[in-house]
Design a protein. Structure first.
Length: 233
C-alpha cells in the first residue's frame, strides 16, 4: 500500500468515526432517494430536491452531507453519481457484506426473498433454523441449515438477522456473539442483552402498528371534538 493510499484510508476512518449517529441513520434514506433520482435521469440534484425525495428538510440534509465532506456546487447542486459513491463508501457498501438470517418462519422467508438487500450491497448468504422440517429446504436459492451450524457461517464481519420466536431469540443472540458477530438486527418481539461492543438494532412491527394506532385514535378524538353538540357525524 502506498503512503497516499494509507493516508486516504486513515482519513476515511477518521471521517467515519466523526459522523453523528443521527446522520448515519439518515444516510440510507439519501442513498435510496439518489438511486430513484438516477433512474429518473437526474445527473445533478439540488439540496431541496434531494431533501424532498428523502423526506427531510434541506438544512438538515446539507449538514449531514457536510460530515462526508460533500458541499455541492452553488447553483448546480450535488453530482448524483459522486454522492452515491460517497454515501455508499461511508456505509461500507463498497465491500460485499455477508448477512446471516436465523429463523425461517413466515417473516424470515419474506426477508430471505427480499431482493432489495443485494441491490444495496448486502447479500443473505445463509439461512438457519432449529425446525428439522425446515432444515434442508431450498428458500430464495439457499439451503436452510441447522442452527447448530451457526458457528460455521457467522463470524466477525457478518451481520446477523434474528427472526426467531421471542423465546429463542436471546439464546440465538448469545451464540452469534460467541461466534464473533458484532452487528445484529433483531425482529423478535423481545429485548435482547448484548455486550457493549455489539451493535444491536431492533425492528418491532407490533410496536410500530401500536404507535400508528395511537395517532389514529388521537385524530378520531379530535374529529369528535370538532362535531357540534347535537349534530350528526
Amino acid at each position: 500500500m502506498t503512503s497516499s493510499s494509507l493516508s486516504h484510508d486513515v482519513g476515511e476512518q477518521r471521517r467515519r468515526a466523526t459522523v453523528p449517529d443521527a446522520t448515519v441513520a439518515r444516510l440510507p434514506l439519501y442513498l435510496r432517494a439518489l438511486h430513484l433520482l438516477a433512474e429518473q435521469g437526474y445527473e445533478t440534484v439540488s439540496s431541496e430536491e434531494l431533501a424532498e425525495a428523502a423526506g427531510v428538510n434541506s438544512a438538515k440534509l446539507r449538514k449531514d452531507l457536510s460530515h462526508l465532506g460533500s458541499y455541492g456546487t452553488r447553483g448546480v447542486g450535488y453530482d448524483v453519481t459522486h454522492l452515491v459513491e460517497q454515501i455508499s463508501s461511508q456505509l461500507g457498501l463498497g465491500r460485499r457484506c455477508s448477512v446471516v438470517l436465523v429463523g425461517v418462519g413466515n417473516l424470515g422467508r419474506a426477508l430471505a426473498g427480499y431482493g432489495g438487500f443485494a441491490n444495496r450491497g448486502l447479500a443473505v448468504d445463509a439461512l438457519l433454523d432449529a425446525d428439522e422440517a425446515t432444515v434442508g429446504q431450498q428458500i430464495a436459492g439457499l439451503t436452510v441449515r441447522h442452527v447448530d451450524e451457526l458457528g460455521e457461517v457467522a463470524g466477525p464481519g457478518s451481520i446477523a438477522v434474528i427472526a426467531t420466536p421471542a423465546a429463542a431469540a436471546q439464546e440465538v443472540c448469545d451464540r452469534l456473539v460467541a461466534a464473533g458477530v458484532t452487528s445484529i438486527l433483531n425482529f423478535a418481539p423481545v429485548v435482547l442483552s448484548v455486550p457493549a461492543h455489539v451493535d444491536l438494532r431492533k425492528v418491532d412491527l407490533a410496536v410500530e402498528l401500536q404507535i400508528l394506532s395511537f395517532h389514529e385514535h388521537r385524530k378520531a378524538a379530535g374529529a369528535d371534538e370538532r362535531v357540534p353538540a347535537g349534530a350528526s357525524a
